[in-house]
Ligand binder design. Structure first.
Ligand SMILES: Cc1cc2nc3c(=O)[nH]c(=O)nc-3n(C[C@H](O)[C@H](O)[C@H](O)COP(=O)(O)OP(=O)(O)OC[C@H]3O[C@@H](n4cnc5c(N)ncnc54)[C@H](O)[C@@H]3O)c2cc1C
Length: 315
């Protein structure tokens, strides 16, 4: 793992650091590498370009750890308008819906005290009703491990009504393989990712080879299971293993998809798409980009260097 990862992820939770970073005017250049813009107006041309290139999209309205009911209500209202905007885009004819939204339950109110999980479930239900009318899919992001059980509980509750509702599984969690078995047996759409938060050893593997080995075990379970696997990784080894698993389990495009983050390995995204694979780009927008940016910097020292260089140049 990147030795600076714990430090950067700790900074992601620091209010003082957040104030310092978000006030520096450098942000446009660095943030724009990973974030489509701050408004739906800025998002629209980026989304259109990605769709025109044959890629699918999953749009995330940035925001997490809502502390007030009014913020959760505002997030729901934004997602409602977003789904309208996305449904109006000209999407390519793909085997599965080309447009999806990604949602963090903490943005929908999950952390609002004892009622939080019920509030988040109700809010997610509203979004799913709207999404179903618009042929837009919904995936629930995986956040830190303290939210995992509640998040899975919400998805389990809504799955019978919205069988296309998906959830992310983080392979750094020691329980990931078992979770994949249970979710795939229920036919769930699952986004498989390594995991982006700082977690204790009791919960998560700390060494990269262990996280990767867990990814490969989960991949095997999902590709041979009943659900729809979404392989969210930029790692060439995971992509190669997916192609081998797809051949072994006779899965074709439409039976699984690749996913990558906006701004990361763009040529590889295009290559896989041109080869006929289904590929979806996770596309965030909004003003609350700080936590998301910090997680991207933590993943790769080169990103941190890019960020510091931009700081020095502008400073
Ligand atoms: C579509 C999608 C959705 C995700 N959703 C979630 C979620 O819900 N919850 C969650 O915890 N995590 C999520 N993640 C993040 C994920 O957990 C990892 O932190 C991240 O994807 C890096 O892991 P990797 O599999 O790409 O492999 P790594 O081993 O980290 O990276 C492999 C290679 O990919 C490239 N790369 C990876 N990250 C970066 C980067 N930031 N900048 C530049 N190059 C990079 C580099 O070439 C690197 O060598 C998501 C990732 C994707 C792609």
């Amino acid at each position: 793992m990147n030795p600076l990862r714990p430090v950067i992820l700790a900074a992601a939770g620091s209010g003082r650091m957040k104030n310092a970073v978000t006030r520096v005017p450098l942000t446009a250049a660095v943030v724009r590498r990973f974030v489509a813009g701050e408004t739906r107006g800025e998002l629209a041309p980026v989304a259109r370009d990605l769709l025109a290139s044959g890629r699918m999209i999953s749009v995330d309205f940035l925001g997490e750890y809502t502390t007030e009911q009014s913020m959760a209500n505002a997030a729901v209202a934004e997602y409602m308008s977003l789904i309208d905007d996305l449904a109006a885009l000209e999407a390519p004819h793909t085997l599965v819906p080309a447009v999806e939204v990604s949602v963090k339950l903490s943005a929908l109110g999950q952390s609002l005290g004892a009622d939080g999980p019920a509030i988040a479930t109700e809010n997610l239900h509203k979004l799913c009703v709207k999404a179903a009318e618009s042929r837009v899919w919904v995936t629930v992001d995986a956040e830190d491990h303290t939210t995992t059980d509640q998040t899975l509980d919400t998805v389990r509750q809504l799955h019978p009504e919205f069988p296309w509702l998906a959830v992310a599984v983080q392979t750094y969690q020691r329980s990931a393989e078992d979770r994949c078995r249970r979710l795939t047996a229920a036919g769930t759409r699952i986004r498989l990712c390594k995991g982006a938060y700082q977690e204790p050893d009791t919960v998560a593997y700390q060494r990269r080879p262990d996280v990767d080995a867990s990814y490969l075990r989960c991949l095997n379970v999902l590709m041979r299971g009943e659900g729809y696997p979404m392989i969210a990784s930029h790692d060439p080894s995971m992509i190669a293993a997916t192609l081998v698993e797809a051949a072994g389990s006779r899965r074709c495009p439409g039976d699984f998809e690749f996913q990558m983050l906006y701004g990361i390995r763009d040529p590889e995204q295009r290559r896989l798409t041109e080869e006929g694979h289904a590929l979806r780009v996770y596309l965030p927008y909004g003003t609350q980009w700080y936590g998301y940016l910090m997680r991207r910097l933590a993943e790769r020292p080169a990103n941190l260097a890019f960020f510091l260089r931009a700081l020095a140049e502008r400073g």
